[in-house]
Every structure is written in C-alpha cells, then in structure tokens.
Design a protein around this ligand. Sequence first.
Ligand SMILES: NC(=O)c1ccc[n+]([C@@H]2O[C@H](COP(=O)([O-])OP(=O)(O)OC[C@H]3O[C@@H](n4cnc5c(N)ncnc54)[C@H](O)[C@@H]3O)[C@@H](O)[C@H]2O)c1
Length: 354
Amino acid sequence: MNKKFWKDKKVLITGHTGFKGSWLSLWLQSAGASIVGYSLPPPTDPNLFEVANVEDGMCSINGDVRDIMQLKATITKYQPEIIIHMAAQALVRFSYIDPIETYTTNILGTVNVLEAVRQIKAPCIVLIVTSDKCYQNNEWFWGYRENEPMGGNDPYSSSKGCAEIIVSAYRHSYFPVENYDRHNVAIASARAGNVVGGGDWSNDRLIPDIIKAFMENRPVIVRNPKATRPWQHVLEPLNGYLCLIENLWSNAKEFSAGWNFGPNDDVQEVSWIVERMMKLWGKNAQWELDSGQNPHENKYLKLDCSKTKNILKWSPKLNLKVTLDWIIEWYRGYQQNKDMRCYTESEINRYEKL
Ligand SMILES: NC(=O)c1ccc[n+]([C@@H]2O[C@H](COP(=O)([O-])OP(=O)(O)OC[C@H]3O[C@@H](n4cnc5c(N)ncnc54)[C@H](O)[C@@H]3O)[C@@H](O)[C@H]2O)c1
C-alpha cells in the first residue's frame, strides 16, 4: 500500500471492532487516514480493539449494519470517499447454530451498505469483503478462480456466496462500469483465505483455539487434522484490499470486480500447524483429536490468485513459518503485558519494510 495515498482520505470501515477491522484501523491510522468505524461492539473478550486501544485515533460508532437508517445517517454525516465493508457474522460453526443472524448480517448487511450508497447517491469506492468460502466447493485440489460459480454448503459460506452475487447485481443494475463517469461509484469484492495473526480470540478458529489451550496449559483439541486451508497473515489480505482500493481510485473501470487474496503454494494441513506452534511455544504443549460429532466442514480449499498477481501486482510477503513465528511472538507480548498498540504498530511497520 502507498501511505501517501491514504493521508487524509475519509474512510468508513464496518466491522472495525473485529479482528481484521482492528488491524486495518491501526494501519490506516498510521497512514494518516480519517477513519469512521461503524460496528457492533467487539465480538470477543478479550479483543484486539480494546487490547490495542484502537478507538484512540478514529471515530467509532456503535451501529448495526441491519439498520439501514442509522447506516444512511452515518454515511450522510461523514461522507466517506472509501467504504470498506467487513462487518459480518464471520464464524462457520456459529452459522450452524444461528443461520438467521448469519444470513441477516451477511446478506442484508451487504444490501444495506450498497443500498445506502445508491440512495444517498454518494460518489465513492466500495470494497465488500467476502471470503474464499464464497465458491461452490468441489473438494478438489485446484485453486478457485474469480469466475467460478458461487456456492457454499453451510450458512456462513453460502451467505458469502450470496453477498458476492448481490455485489455483482448492484454493479450491473445501478453502477455499471461503463457509466462510471456518471455515477462515480466503484464496487469491488475481496475473497481472502483463512486469515491468522495476533489478537484473534474468536471461537472455533484454529489459531485462537491453539493459543487459548496453550495459555490455559491444556491440550489443543483438534477437529480436522487433515483439513487444509489457505492460511495467511492478516496483513497480507489487508495489504491487498488497500492496493485494490488505490487501483480502483485511479482506474475504476478495470478494477471493479472480484479479487482473490491467498497465500503462495504454502497450503498445510491443520496437524502441521498445530505441531509447529507447539514446537514454538514449548512447555510440553500437546494436542488431542476431538472425538465428538462436528458439523460438516470442507476438507480442501485453495484460491487461484493468478489474476490478482498479474493485474493488481499484489503478492504475499510472508511464508507460513514466518507467519506462525509472528503470531507466537504477538501472544507472548500480550502475555508479558506489553503495550499491544505499540507492538501491533511495530509489526505493521516490519511488514511494510518487507
Ligand atoms: N478471519 C478470517 O479468517 C476471515 C477469512 C475470510 C473472510 N473473512 C471476512 O473478513 C471480515 C472480518 O472478519 P473478522 O475475522 O475480523 O471477524 P470478527 O468476527 O473478528 O469481526 C466481525 C466484525 O463485524 C461486526 N459485526 C458483526 N455483526 C454486525 C452487525 N450486525 N452490524 C455491525 N457490525 C457487526 C463485529 O462487531 C466485528 O466488528 C468478515 O466479513 C469475514 O467474513 C474473515
């Protein structure tokens, strides 16, 4: 990302109190952007938003994306030049428990963001963050390309597939790229893989599950040791989102589309990740197989990022080993009561230098 571009840009982030939203808010604060966050309170306790004191440096609004009136009022008041929509019910397993919360937040929330922009006639760049899980999963080894069918076998994945279809429908119906000069709204979507990093305490995600077990001196319970996912450090897709927005700003017609952000060919099984983190953590950490009944989760998932690499010129900087080193260092810092805002900012700084 180009820090100069972001200086004084008016950016609205939904989901700024979440894991990715907190990292993104800190990054954009360091670049001098003027940020408004619109979101429900942080979804976990502890959470990065409070641990790193993210609110200090932005305007944080407590709002629900299902409430179009409040959303419209916020956009009207702050007139953002850029909207990054990340608010979501973001957990696959919870989506089985509460599909209504998942569908209303992820589908209606996306419609509301786009509809608010349409009704207000606000010229802006809109990035809708969906997921690598938006594709129809065929359980094959090849990576999914941006033009492959949307799908999803569980409520979360299908809600993200729907969000993608909605983005495409809004673009075609109201904001066609060929008429950009008339409406001045550019919409892109970003499909990133399983994002990992310090400061995530979500339930039923691999890294937080591992860290919580380490900190409580109990074995890590592993559900699907043979499953593979495109793991990547949180700064990788965030860097991709920011690059994409910079390109949309200068060339809306070419970049208003869906984009994959995934790691290089560094896809490892869950068991490899658990073993590696146990080695880094030390202290006789152990893992056990979860013998309970678990809802279906896809075994294979990989993205083909050729388009992003060739056209956007984005590529990942960290391999999986370094990513896991950084994560362990982050949580050690947290355990040692370090200033986690400074620590997280220094990690962003270290990433920028790569
Ligand atoms: N973390 C990952 O591995 C991953 C992978 C792919 C895609 N994503 C997507 O990235 C985005 C951010 O994910 P995350 O990991 O930071 O999730 P998170 O659960 O940490 O944060 C979710 C955010 O959305 C907010 N939110 C939830 N429901 C809301 C509502 N109704 N109205 C307003 N705000 C609401 C929460 O308060 C929080 O700020 C999501 O769209 C998620 O689907 C995440």
